[in-house]
Ligand binder design. Structure first.
Ligand SMILES: *Cc1c(COP(=O)(O)O)cnc(C)c1O
Length: 455
């Protein structure tokens, strides 16, 4: 598999590039997959091998890798006005139009948008907005941020502190004041004899107890992904948001929906908060906001937060925050086109149309005695590998079972992602039924092979 010649792409990648979130033993043994181009949902490597990317890049390339309308929108805007910032009272017309569009498609009656280059920066920005509000409104002690165990909110120092993953301790994170409450994964964390509804109520009580213990006046906000993505595709337990939102309201704590993965169609509606029927105070968007054709994040403030932030900024004459490339005209032109493509060119409909087939495929593979659970919503799903299905006992970590499954898939021309003991699928919205069959056949073969080796 790996070409060890010093001038091979694999060796050059290894010698020159530092990998993020990459299993180094795997890459040393197998070599980096160096890519040249894509076509529809397929990507191609330097050896001409094709892979069906069942992860849409990193959840984001929902319109595939060669969408002509998106390429055209980018080209046209590069010719018209290839770059500008959004500071000092200036911004591009595309930026204005995208803000109007984002508010229009948001669940809010009105609101305002602030741009960043990534989801991490959007979460950081929202936290700074809440800190700024606390200081401006006479509550400088309102600084603590509550998120959940297994949540993923990004990698900058603040957003990593929000992320509820054990690897953050390698960086000495979280920073003080970042608090993690229970993960709403009933299958894994429900207690013996506890119904799903009782489990949800327990989490709501735990949240309230945490708020009281920390001091309600010290808490700036609660952030949650409607479906946890990088935690292993974890839909909330039954009634979860209906149970936690009244608790937050009781103490005046804003609920921010981190819609970086769920936003723009992934769960079958434009927003995950619509799928789970709750109204957040603000929304964090990124990833498929541009269908992955440009780096962009956005904070969408609902009416109340928008008004309060406006008043707080007026009082000191500015909101002293922003990134050089925030609201980039090319990114905004692409996002306008991407939203149109997803919402009006049949992609969102295809998500809804394909979901039953997707769920049936996951359920079929979950009949395997070494799959403990399948879970998902819309076109995001996961299969969790277990050594013992009845007791839900995981395989020993050093067997790297999910890594081996994903590697075996790669060998057969399918990209999917290991996350903990789970295999994650989040196909692009343009996927056809035949491509979905190909995806499940290849994954099924990989599961069979790896479980035969380890079970
Ligand atoms: C990916 C992700 C982020 C971070 O976005 P980046 O663009 O990688 O910084 C934040 N929140 C969620 C829910 C994500 O999935």
């Amino acid at each position: 598999m790996r070409d060890d010649a010093p001038n091979s792409w694999e060796s050059r990648a290894d010698a020159s590039s530092f990998y993020g979130f990459t299993d180094l033993p795997s890459v040393h043994q197998r070599g980096t997959v160096v890519l040249t181009h894509g076509k529809g949902p397929y990507i191609y490597d330097v050896h001409g091998r094709a892979y069906l990317d069942a992860n849409s890049g990193l959840w984001n390339m929902v319109a595939g890798f060669d969408h002509p309308g998106l390429i055209e929108a980018a080209k046209a805007q590069y010719e018209r006005f290839p770059g500008y910032h959004a500071f000092f009272g200036r911004m591009s017309d595309q930026t204005v139009m995208l803000s109007e569009k984002l508010v229009e498609v948001s669940p809010f009656a009105r609101g305002r948008v602030f741009y960043t280059n990534s989801g991490s920066e959007a979460n950081d920005t929202m936290v700074k907005m809440l800190w700024f509000l606390g200081a401006a409104e006479g509550h400088p002690e309102r600084r603590k941020i509550i998120t959940r165990v297994n949540s993923y909110h990004g990698v900058t120092a603040v957003s990593a502190s929000m992320t509820g993953k054990p690897y953050n301790s390698l960086f000495g994170l979280p920073l003080p004041g970042f608090i993690h409450v229970g993960c709403p994964h009933y299958w894994r964390f429900g207690q013996a004899g506890e119904t799903e509804a009782e489990f949800t109520q327990r989490l709501a009580r735990e949240l309230e107890a945490t708020i009281i213990k920390e001091g309600p006046d010290t808490i700036a906000g609660f952030f949650a992904e409607p479906v946890m993505g990088a935690g292993g595709v974890i839909p909330p337990s039954e009634g979860y948001f209906q149970a936690v939102q009244p608790v937050l309201k009781r103490y005046g704590i804003p609920l921010i929906a981190d819609e970086v993965i769920c936003g723009f169609g992934r769960t079958g509606n434009t927003w995950g908060c619509q799928t789970y029927d709750f109204m957040p105070d603000g929304i964090i968007s990124s990833k498929n906001i541009t269908a992955g054709f440009f780096p962009m994040g956005a904070v969408i403030l609902g009416p109340e937060l928008a008004d309060r932030l406006q008043a707080a900024s007026e009082a000191v004459e500015e909101f002293p925050h922003g990134f050089t490339a925030s609201g980039h005209p090319v990114g905004c032109a692409i996002a306008l086109k991407a939203i149109d493509v997803v919402m009006n060119e049949g992609l969102a409909e295809n998500v809804r149309a394909l979901t039953p087939k997707f769920e049936a495929g996951l359920a079929y593979l979950a009949e395997n005695p070494n799959i403990g659970e399948w879970r998902g919503k819309g076109l995001m799903g996961a299969l969790e590998a277990v050594k013992d299905k009845a007791t839900k006992t995981p395989f020993p970590g050093d067997l790297s079972v999910s890594e081996r499954i994903a590697n075996s898939c790669t060998d057969h021309g399918l990209i999917c992602r290991p996350l903990g003991q789970s295999i994650v699928l989040c196909p692009p919205f343009i996927m056809t039924e035949a491509q979905m069959d190909e995806m499940f056949e290849k994954l099924g073969a990989a599961l069979k092979k790896v479980f035969a080796e380890v079970a």
